[in-house]
Every structure is written in structure tokens, then in C-alpha cells.
Design a protein around this ligand. Structure first.
Ligand code: 4AD
Ligand code: MG
Length: 463
């Protein structure tokens, strides 16, 4: 007999059928009338299945004694209509096997709720809780929706390298990858020579797949990458990880307006997909985590995003009379408090800001004629702030060289990127969506460390 998933049993299991259920015990209740109830969960859905174990079962007393919260069990039994309230059906055990016990004196997940801080230290067990099971399912649904969105539009999924020798964002936040013997280097007086390193030059973990994405976009048109990204930025915030996943579409012949249209339709579509696919999990988050969650997601799905320039946004912030921790002025980067003011208080909608000052944006963004701004676009959403960063790319060879120098980069290091502009250059655009910030948006979880299975942050890389 093959194992049945609990989600399937609860949804469509018919009384009278025999099923094989396996999972982990959430609670055990022993009744005086000589039977026991086990609430068993296998992670396929939020709800548990109720197992009724009759005292007539061989070895009943010794089996029940072994079972506590956290134990794993295998049950073969018959589905019956449930007389108790709260569930349509239950499973009456014909056989019950304890696969693994869990000592109640030491098992960390007890019935009472635990703080998310505590659970971060138990990342090996937290997926067994309601909240983290739901986050895992929502994250999975988001990933499926992301691929479905691009595949439906004939974008090619391109794998860009994790180890690279270029710093896409030019922000010096690259984790170095080396096989040099650091201990020996420390002792020797000779200068660092990367020609002896594994790749023959300084290499690191990618901060973005964009530059390589552009190679494929300028050959096959519409592509996207979707993979892990690494940034050694020492910011201990609720929105930053040192390792996060990014989706980066890149499109030839797209100008900034096309890029904004795609980004908006992308965000609205994947949020809609998750609302449809995970109603039970979202209802849980709405009840337990963020009371306004579902309404705010429906608002995103059903309304056009607001579009305005950075300059216009700064004016709104200055005129707002609101006191910010970091005062804003033209030329300064937006902080999340500014982004959240715009989306939560001023517009009450997601917002796309464009045409940021060139001083605060990366070298690859297309320069505007005003000499002060670039064709950047950030998508901002309530509760998070920036969820997407993107731009039209600088496709003019000589302008790009000047801009690289302005940003302190050595054009020769980017010779292949420049050749894309030398041979058959075209207008093109793209953006990057942070997966974990999207999980935050869709679940209402306030800390990004709870939106990836194994968070990596300064001083923390356990599990
Ligand atoms: O704005 P960013 O830095 O843009 C890029 O990397 C471009 N190369 C993307 C492109 O045009 N192809 O990052 C894009 C998004 C952010 O909006 C944010 O959602 C997420 O990636 N992100 C992070 N998420 C978690 N932790 C961090 N440290 C993040 N840094 C960026
Ligand atoms: Mg950004």
C-alpha cells in the first residue's frame, strides 16, 4: 500500500477507504474510554489528521506510552466520518507503528508556541511547526509561479555562474572564493599574487546574474535567471540576507516602460497565483501574523501600480511634514522608511520609482540626457519597501566606458560586456526580484530570516 498525503485525505478521502498515513505526532490525547487520539501532520498541509487508536489494538498500552509530541508514526487505518467537531473525517487505526520516538524531556518543540528567535536556533526542526510548514509551501508556490510566468511568455531559463570574476553592482560586497593558503600567506612577506589562485585571478560569489543574463538576452531575446545570490553587506536588518535568491529577467528591445509593464504584471500575477494555490496557509498568516494580509495582497492584484520619478517622490516626502529618522534630500538613496511612507501612507499602493540620481546607481544603467539621472526603476511595496530593482541598460559603447570610469571601474575588466555594445548593440532592459522579500510580502512575516530555510547573516551560518 502506498502512503497517502494528509492534504489529499482531508480533501477527498471517502469514509470506508483504507489509507496508509505517515507523519509526526503533534499531540496525543488519551481518553478514559480506552482509546487515544493522535493529531498527525506530514507537512502536506496546515491541518492534522486525527487518528483514533482503539485499546483493542495489539500492544496498545506500550505503543501509546512511547508516543509523544514529535514522534514519527506509520498508521494503516480506515477513514470514517468524524463525530467530533473541527474535522470532516478521521482515521481509525488497524495498525500503528512507532518509527521514531521523541523524548518529551528534551524535544524542543512543545505544544505551546515558540518565538521566531527561538525557532531560528532550531532551524533543523522549525519546518515542523505550522508557521514554517506554511512558509515552505508558500515559497514553493511562489517559485512555481515565477517559472510559470516566464515560461508562458517563452522566456528562456538561463543558468548564470555562481563563481564569477566581475562585481555586477560594483559595490564591493563580493564574498571572495580562493584556494590560497591564508595561514601561509599571513606569515609570508610577499605580496598577494592571484595568478597562483585557483582561477588565476581574484574571484568571488556572484552578487547578480545580470551581466551574464545580458549576454543571452542580446542573443536569444527574452531570458531569466533564478538562483542564489551573495552579498557581504554588513547590514543586520529585517530585509537583508548574505545569501538570497533572485529572479532576473533580461529582455532585448525593451525600453524602461516595457520593463515596468513586465515587472508590474509579474508581481501581480505571482501574488494572484499564490492567493489561489495556498488559501489555507494565507488564511493562517492573515489570522496569526498580519491581520491585513489578504486584503493588501488583493489590493496588489486588483490595482495598477503608481508610477513616478524619484524626483517627484522626493518632493512628496519633503512636503509630507513627516519626520523621518534619515532626512531625505535629492541625491540621497531612499531608506526603507521613505519607501514605506510612499506605499503605505501616501499612495496605499505599490509604487514604481524611476530616473534615480546617477551617483547612487550602478554603472550599467542608461544615462538620461539631463546628465543627472539614469533610467532606473525600483518597485516598492507596502510593509517591505523595495522588492525589485531594475533599469534600462546603457547600450551606447562610449557612454558606458565613460560611466564605468566615473564609477571607478576598469573598463578592460569588463571587456566582454563592452563587446556586447560594440557588436550589434540593442536597447535592452531587465530587473531583479528578491525571492525572500516576496515571501515576506506574501506571508506577512516581518523578518526575512524566517523566509528562507537556512538564513545566512553576519556571524550566522549554522545548519
Ligand atoms: O536592486 P538590486 O541590487 O539589483 C540587482 O542586483 C540588479 N542586478 C538586478 C537586475 O537588474 N537584474 O537587487 C534586486 C533585488 C532587490 O530589489 C531586493 O528585492 C533583493 O534583490 N535584494 C536582497 N534581498 C535580500 N537580501 C539582500 N541583501 C538583498 N539585496 C537585494
Ligand atoms: Mg536595489
Amino acid at each position: 500500500m502506498t502512503r497517502a498525503r494528509i492534504a489529499q485525505i482531508l480533501k477527498s478521502g471517502e469514509p470506508g477507504t483504507t489509507v496508509d498515513v505517515r507523519g509526526w505526532v503533534r499531540t496525543k490525547r488519551e481518553s478514559k474510554q480506552d482509546f487515544a487520539f493522535l493529531e498527525v501532520n506530514d507537512g502536506s498541509c496546515m491541518a492534522n489528521v486525527q487518528i483514533v487508536v482503539d485499546a483493542n489494538l495489539p500492544d496498545y498500552a506500550s505503543l501509546i506510552k512511547q508516543i509523544h509530541t514529535g514522534a514519527s508514526v506509520a498508521v494503516v487505518g480506515e477513514i470514517k466520518a468524524s463525530l467530533g467537531k473541527g474535522q470532516r473525517i478521521e482515521v481509525h487505526a488497524h495498525s500503528l507503528k512507532v518509527l521514531g520516538t521523541a523524548d518529551p524531556a528534551t524535544y524542543p518543540l512543545q505544544k505551546k508556541g515558540h518565538s521566531f528567535e527561538f525557532l531560528r536556533e532550531k532551524a533543523h526542526l522549525r519546518p515542523r511547526t505550522n508557521t514554517f510548514g506554511a512558509i515552505a509551501r508558500v515559497r514553493n508556490a511562489l517559485c512555481a509561479a515565477i517559472h510559470a510566468f516566464f515560461q508562458a511568455r517563452d522566456f528562456l531559463y538561463v543558468q548564470t555562474p555562481i563563481i564569477t570574476t566581475s562585481d555586477c553592482e560594483g559595490a564591493g560586497q563580493v564574498f571572495q572564493v580562493t584556494t590560497l593558503d591564508l595561514a601561509r600567506l599571513q606569515q609570508s612577506k610577499s605580496p598577494l599574487d592571484y595568478s597562483h589562485d585557483f582561477f588565476g585571478k581574484k574571484a568571488g560569489l556572484t552578487v547578480s546574474g545580470q551581466l551574464e543574463g545580458e549576454i543571452f538576452a542580446t542573443a536569444v531575446g527574452d531570458v531569466y535567471t533564478f538562483g542564489p545570490t551573495f552579498r557581504a553587506e554588513n547590514s543586520n536588518t529585517t530585509r537583508h540576507l548574505a545569501e538570497f535568491w533572485m529572479v532576473e529577467p533580461e529582455m532585448a528591445f525593451y525600453e524602461l516602460e516595457d520593463n515596468m509593464d513586465l515587472a508590474e504584471s509579474f508581481v501581480r500575477t505571482i501574488v494572484k497565483d499564490v492567493l489561489e494555490r495556498c488559501p489555507e496557509d494565507l488564511a493562517f498568516f492573515n489570522e496569526r501574523i498580519e491581520p491585513n494580509l489578504i486584503a493588501s495582497l488583493e489590493n496588489i492584484v486588483n490595482h495598477d501600480f503608481i508610477r513616478l520619478t524619484y524626483t517627484e517622490a522626493v518632493e512628496i516626502l519633503l512636503k509630507s511634514g513627516h519626520t523621518f529618522e534619515f532626512p531625505i534630500e535629492w541625491g540621497k538613496d531612499m531608506q526603507s522608511e521613505h519607501e514605506r511612507f510612499l506605499t503605505e501612507q501616501h499612495f496605499k499602493q505599490p509604487v514604481i520609482l524611476t530616473d534615480y540620481p546617477r551617483e547612487i546607481k550602478s554603472f550599467y544603467m542608461r544615462c538620461n540626457e539631463d546628465g543627472k539621472t539614469v533610467r532606473a526603476m525600483d518597485v516598492l511595496v507596502p510593509r517591505i519597501g523595495e522588492i525589485i530593482g531594475g533599469s534600462q541598460r546603457e547600450e551606447r559603447h562610449s557612454v558606458l566606458i565613460d560611466r564605468m570610469k566615473e564609477c571607478g571601474l576598469v573598463p578592460e575588466d569588463y571587456w566582454w560586456y563592452l563587446e556586447l555594445r560594440q557588436y550589434g548593440t540593442v536597447p535592452h532592459s531587465g530587473f531583479g526580484l528578491g525571492l525572500e522579500r516576496t515571501v515576506q510580502l506574501v506571508t506577512g512575516m516581518t523578518n526575512i530570516r524566517d523566509c528562507i530555510p537556512f538564513p545566512r547573516t553576519p556571524k550566522s551560518a549554522d545548519f
